[in-house]
Design a protein around this ligand. Structure first.
Ligand SMILES: [Zn+2]
Length: 89
């Protein structure tokens, strides 16, 4: 029995409406740009404890998120730069 998420199935995200960072309209968020801070010192790496209470990503300290309503507003980082030729051998 395979564990985890089936291949090809994306996690389901509840649609939310937020202000788009580019056009300023309140629309359904299509793309989000997350900024996660790195651990500042290599000597204070937190150890991973699988039994610890899960925290939402937004609740982590220093995390910011920017919402975009569309690929046009999100900019180039959301555009797939590959085309069919990149996969030919
Ligand atoms: Zn927008």
């Amino acid at each position: 029995m395979a564990r985890g998420r089936p291949r090809g199935k994306r996690p389901e995200v509840e649609p939310i409406r937020r202000k788009c960072a580019t056009c300023g309209k309140i629309k359904v968020v299509k793309h989000r740009s997350w900024s996660i801070p790195t651990v500042s010192s290599q000597f204070s790496q937190p150890t991973y404890n699988p039994n610890s209470q899960k925290k939402d990503r937004i609740d982590q300290p220093g995390v910011t998120v920017i919402n975009y309503c569309s690929v046009e507003c999100g900019g180039e980082s959301f555009i797939n730069p590959y085309d069919e030729d990149d996969f030919l051998r």
